[in-house]
Design a binder for this molecule. Structure first.
Ligand SMILES: Cc1cc2nc3c(=O)[nH]c(=O)nc-3n(C[C@H](O)[C@H](O)[C@H](O)COP(=O)(O)OP(=O)(O)OC[C@H]3O[C@@H](n4cnc5c(N)ncnc54)[C@H](O)[C@@H]3O)c2cc1C
Length: 520
């Protein structure tokens, strides 16, 4: 026997301390995503139940996503065509921002890679900047280096091809869908995989006196639901983590002052389905436009410190481009997050964990990512503190990264038409963001790590789109003359445009691939 084996502790059989039951509290998108993912990943011996109250209902918004959601679908074996058909879903190639630099400005944050890099060392955004020095009059915009932008501008879409050198392999996509139908679709999948749904309203959360862990939740009708592990997916109420465990809330409203949204659906556009979300800045806050197969989702995010509800509703109704299908609905929120998302035997996922406005459609992603990390660090019944601490550190890092990315949009505005925009342009930002902005401004280098949800394509789109150019391109770009680089940039622009023209119309593609019976 080797020395290592002599000293080794006996391996503990994981079945001895296994979590035997999980209770998911809440059946919104977060709850049913959790149920689907846990039912796919956990041993069949673990009982998974979900409790929700029809009388309380779900928030029912959250209709735009980002590309990593495809990983969730792959892992949970969610069939893309069936899911889009059942949720009135459409495809999303990025977000088109209006009025965010100055009123009248417009730029795209496209998903995926630039059409072609010029050089293995110096990234294309430096060359693009170098080419600008040539001063050619019809120099392409930075966003025009992306196939996703070219396709979005012409309302075209098909799935990316698998040929690595083809520009049509270089875009990524996500989805728009009806949030209520999404929850229902996942519910059907999760129930087929053995998740038990319990209808009822929780009136109290009880803790075991000796351990401090949550022992059960009690329903209005007297039933008590016990579990080893609780997932708090109870929405903005944060029943377990916020109310029962009183985990403090880290308020970020000084950086993101919006605290209200008014949402209204409207009729489909006669001009077809655009494969992108729109984010249009107003004098206070901004407005989303999300095209679904059977309607458009619209909503206006604003700050009650800078606008009253009546003015916000007027702004929304004046700027939606089709007839409203319902009366506008007001949703109140507070931006920030609970300091720790895993406390004892409770893990909060979704709105119970915190809220970041939907400017970059990141909340559903944070649900997915929280669940992925929970599986990665899945505890035993001992609720191992080392796993918990690592989880809390990892999810905190991701929330901070997303927060900084969203704040950057506000900080980099050049509007002076309202106190709201003047406030956000002049506010101090978190140190982590200040460093990123400084390095970019001086050198065009992106100071975020490889694990950041948003990489170079995303940050450069926001920076160039909002007129925040570096003072100098990369030092190694002195190898080439600006005229030669400008000609190369022009060639990439032409290639990308031609490639996008090979794609079919987005509405046509949906008609063949995933048409919903409710689509007009
Ligand atoms: C205005 C707005 C726009 C958004 N847009 C986007 C977007 O475009 N993209 C994106 O990714 N995200 C978006 N989000 C976020 C997204 O909506 C949420 O992240 C997602 O829907 C998850 O919500 P949830 O499941 O945590 O909460 P909810 O949908 O509120 O679900 C909470 C659940 O808990 C249950 N519950 C609560 N209390 C009790 C009780 N006492 N007893 C029993 N059950 C209870 C409820 O019945 C419900 O089932 C948006 C959010 C808002 C507010």
């Amino acid at each position: 026997m080797s020395e290592v084996q002599d000293n080794a502790e006996p391996i503990i059989d994981p079945r001895e301390e296994r979590v035997r039951s999980v209770l998911i509290v809440g059946g919104g998108s977060a709850g049913w995503m959790a149920a689907t993912m846990l039912a796919t990943a956990l041993s069949k011996d673990i009982k998974i139940r979900l409790v929700e109250s029809d009388a309380i209902g779900v928030v029912g918004v959250g209709e735009a996503t980002i590309p990593p959601i495809k990983k969730f679908n792959r892992f949970c074996q969610v069939d893309e065509q069936a899911f889009l058909k059942e949720t009135n879903g459409t495809f999303k190639l990025g977000i088109e921002f209006h009025n965010w630099g100055k009123p009248g400005d417009r730029y795209m944050h496209p998903f995926g890679y630039v059409g072609r890099e010029l050089d293995a060392v110096v990234k294309l955004h430096h060359w693009w900047l170098t080419g600008q020095l040539a001063g050619t009059t019809d120099y392409p915009a930075w966003e025009d280096m992306f196939v996703a932008t070219a396709a979005a501008r012409e309302n075209r879409f098909a799935l990316p091809v698998r040929r690595p050198n083809d520009p049509l392999a270089k875009f990524a996509y996500a989805y728009h869908f009806d949030a209520i139908l999404y929850g229902q679709h996942l519910r059907r999948i999760a129930e087929r995989r053995g998740v038990e749904r319990i209808e009822g309203r929780i009136i109290s959360v009880n803790k075991a006196s000796e351990t401090g862990l949550v022992s059960d939740v009690q329903l209005e009708d007297g039933r008590k639901l016990e579990a080893d592990l609780f997932l708090d997916c109870s929405g903005l109420r944060s029943l377990l983590l916020g109310n029962a465990l009183e985990e403090p809330f880290d308020d970020w409203s000084h950086w993101l002052p919006s605290d209200r949204a008014i949402a209204v659906p409207s009729e489909s556009s006669p001009h077809g389905l655009s494969p992108y979300t729109k984010g249009v800045a107003h004098t206070v806050g901004w407005q989303w436009r999300i095209p679904l197969q059977n309607r458009i989702g619209n909503g206006h995010v604003f700050s009650s410190s800078f606008s009253n509800v009546e003015d916000a509703e007027r702004r929304l109704l004046q700027t939606i481009d089709t007839e409203p299908l319902d009366t506008p609905r007001l949703i109140k929120f507070q931006t920030g997050r609970r300091k720790r998302l895993w406390v004892g035997n409770v893990v909060a996922v979704g709105l119970s964990a915190g809220f970041l406005e939907p400017l970059e459609s990141t909340s559903i992603h944070l649900v997915q990512s929280g669940l992925e990390q929970l599986l990665d660090l899945f505890p035993s019944r001992r609720m191992d503190p080392a796993l918990r601490d690592r989880y809390n550190a990892q999810v905190e890092r991701e929330w901070h990264q997303v927060r900084d990315f969203i704040i950057a949009h506000y900080k980099l505005n050049q509007r002076d038409d309202s106190e709201f925009w003047k406030y956000t342009a002049n506010m101090d930002v978190p140190d982590s963001l200040a460093e990123v902005l400084q390095l970019w401004r001086e050198h065009g280098i992106l100071g975020v790590d490889g694990g950041h949800l948003f990489q170079t394509g995303s940050w450069t789109s926001i920076f160039y789109g909002q007129n925040f150019s570096p003072r100098r391109p990369h030092a190694l770009s002195d190898r080439a003359s600006p005229d030669a680089v400008a000609a190369d940039v022009r060639r990439i622009f032409d290639e990308v445009k031609l490639a996008a023209q090979r794609l079919p119309d987005h509405s046509e593609f949906i008609g063949k691939y995933c048409a919903s019976p409710q689509a007009g």
